[in-house]
Design a binder for this molecule. Structure first.
Ligand SMILES: Cc1ncc(C[n+]2csc(CCOP(=O)(O)OP(=O)(O)O)c2C)c(N)n1
Ligand SMILES: [Mg+2]
Length: 597
């Protein structure tokens, strides 16, 4: 084996790839996900020779979701590398999610040189703008050459790719990178002229630090805009702060707590908002975080007065009940989005504010007089305090009565260690966490793929997030989602990630029981619910996981407590009955409705 780290580049491809990788490193990139293939050899060799952590994946689809999960957890991209052909297409699902959920991602697809395209050459497909509008920026690198200006352009492109992917809003960037043979780091006499590094130090070695420094800045806030929202909020004695999934993003916790304190408004916090968990309780001076709204707003909407003003952060809430509540309200609704995008499908927003959410929350909080809320403001807040208390008491006692899917998510939320990173799958797990996950002060980072709501890539996204944190990692998945991304489980061993995987096995897609199609069988069972009868215990041996099956809540809770406390990856399969779980959700909603009158 040769040590190439300090040797001059043996050929133009190596020179090229080294410049690219050096700039990623200078831009603060810490890791890369690489899938095997020949055309990408120069990139793979340069990354492997660098100080970056290399995560090697065999399946590009899982690789891309793994990179997505890392970026969700860190806010920084983990570049992806693949060979030419369908390998590149397998990145596409995660790119779609990264686009819609605003997750930074840098995709490097190796390609054949231009004359081999559309010529019948092997493993050659049209990779130009392969991902369409799903990327923030696409460019193709020029063909490698020991040329001063071209190398400076490559260095600039690498820095720009990171900056574009982490801009406002963040998202994926695609670089198509053609190489011609030889692809390996073999000596090609004259390919990189002997004196090149000395004659062109900037091109060959770059600068100390990034080639181009980028100053991000955060979108500011106009005084007039601030005054408009300030006046509306100050005049309202019935207000709400709604924080949806954090991909818009939401304000940081301190700023949101300040805003809640200054307004006295309840905070309706989506499980993916970063605010359902992690705030001090009201008794300890924290905001009134309401988490049960999905379970009771329906029941109280007609008897409670309407809110007068709503300040909304984050993406569209997971809860359909909340979306409908907002959609039916004629409150003044401020939607805050740093990118100023129109992501509001209830069409109930009255004002769109293009502003940094943390900045807006901070400035709005300090612009409000710290007056005590008037009588009607206090009565409004009290409604939420009482409803939350009633609601969570009902849920907790119901959970102990019988095993149902919501009870599993309720237990996960209550029992997850502090801190923990928790990835929740579509479709029922995230909905059940929304409805049954009681707010608590523990620092739980909850992630989900709600950008495009796919059931592909759940394990990989979770394991990618886990690879970026020392938190205990919990992944909650349905059985179809588990099946969909079994390949991703290889990362447990290959990438050295420990997890507690809670697999809720209702033998098919339980979500479909919630839809009218349930009443049309056939085709309901065979084409929608799709029971598969797979025994996932075999995944234990295949992927080196400990597998345990449980069928009651007590056993689940003890297996969970044991797993989060332990090294290795444990899969806890909870066997449930989808239709029965659904009926029980409905029964609980009725019970809550009766209690809240
Ligand atoms: C990639 C992809 N294919 C299909 C769907 C449609 N879909 C949504 S939920 C679901 C079933 C999920 O089943 P499971 O993971 O077992 O969760 P459960 O509904 O039982 O909670 C399907 C097929 C999707 N969202 N994403
Ligand atoms: Mg299922």
């Amino acid at each position: 084996m040769t040590d190439r780290s300090d040797a001059p580049a043996p050929n133009r491809n190596a020179l090229w790839a080294e410049a690219l990788v050096a700039e990623f490193e200078a831009a603060g990139i810490e890791a890369v996900c690489i899938a095997p293939g020949s055309r990408s050899t120069p990139l793979t060799v340069a990354f492997a020779d660098s100080d970056l952590t290399v995560f090697s994946h065999l399946d590009e689809r899982s690789a891309a979701f793994f990179a997505l999960g890392r970026a969700k957890r860190t806010g920084r991209p983990t570049p992806l590398v693949c060979t030419s052909g369908t390998a590149a297409a397998n990145f596409h699902p995660a790119i779609i999610e990264a686009n819609q959920a605003r997750v930074p991602m840098v995709v490097l697809t190796a390609d054949r040189p231009p004359e081999l395209r559309d010529s019948g050459a092997n493993q050659t497909v049209d990779q130009q703008k392969l991902y369409g509008d799903a990327v923030r920026w696409y460019t193709e690198l020029p063909e490698p050459e020991a040329d001063d200006r071209k190398l400076r352009s490559v260095r600039t492109t690498a820095g720009r790719a990171v900056a574009e992917s982490t801009g406002t809003p963040p998202g994926p960037v695609h670089l198509n990178v053609p190489f011609r043979k030889p692809l390996e780091p073999i000596e090609v006499p004259g390919d990189v002229p002997e004196g090149f590094p000395d004659d062109h130090p900037l091109a060959a070695d770059g600068r100390d630090g990034p080639f181009v420094r980028t100053a991000g800045g955060r979108p500011g806030l106009d005084e007039t805009d601030l005054r408009v929202v300030r006046d509306a909020v100050a005049d309202a004695d019935r207000g709400l702060v709604v924080v949806g999934p954090a991909d818009a993003p939401t304000p940081d916790r301190a700023a949101l707590a300040d805003l809640a304190a200054a307004t006295g408004f309840p905070v309706l916090a989506d499980p993916l908002s970063g605010h359902r968990f992690g705030h001090a309780t009201p008794d300890d001076g924290g905001p009134l975080v309401a988490g049960g709204y999905d379970g009771y707003l329906d029941a109280v909407a007609d008897s409670w007065p309407d809110p007068a003003v709503v300040v909304r952060f984050g993406a569209s809430p997971t809860s359909k009940v909340l979306r409908q509540y907002l959609g039916a309200s004629d409150a003044r609704q401020f939607l805050v989005d740093p990118a100023g995008e129109w992501r509001e499908a209830t069409f109930a927003a009255t004002d769109l504010l293009a502003a940094d959410p943390t900045l807006l929350a901070e400035r709005l909080a300090s612009a409000l007089d710290a007056d005590e809320a008037g009588d009607s403001g206090r009565a409004w807040r009290r409604r939420f305090v009482d409803a939350e208390r009633e609601y969570w008491e009902t849920v907790e006692s119901a959970r102990e009565d019988r095993l149902f899917e919501g009870g599993v998510l309720s237990a996960v939320a209550a029992d997850a260690p502090d801190p923990a990173t928790v990835m929740v799958s579509n479709s029922m797990p995230v909905r059940d966490l929304d409805r049954f996950g009681e707010p608590r002060a523990a620092a739980l980072t909850v992630l989900g793929n709600r950008g495009a709501s796919g059931i592909d890539g759940i394990a990989s996204t979770g394991l990618g997030a886990g690879s970026a944190t020392d938190d205990p990692l919990v992944v909650v998945t349905g059985d179809l989602a588990y099946y969909h991304d079994m390949n991703g489980l290889l990362a447990v061993r290959r990438c050295g990630v420990d997890a507690t995987v809670v697999e809720i096995n209702n033998d098919g897609g339980g979500i479909f029981h919630m839809l009218p199609i349930e009443g049309f069988d056939p085709p309901f069972t065979d084409q929608f619910k799709t029971p598969h009868g797979l025994d996932f215990e075999a995944t234990g041996d295949l992927y080196g996981l400990e597998f345990e099956r449980v069928a009651d809540l007590g056993s689940f809770r003890s297996a969970f407590a044991d797993s989060v406390d332990r090294d290795g990856t444990q899969v806890i399969e909870v066997v449930t009955e989808a239709a029965e779980s659904h009926r029980y959700r409905e029964e609980l909603a009725e019970r809550v409705g009766r209690r809240l009158g």
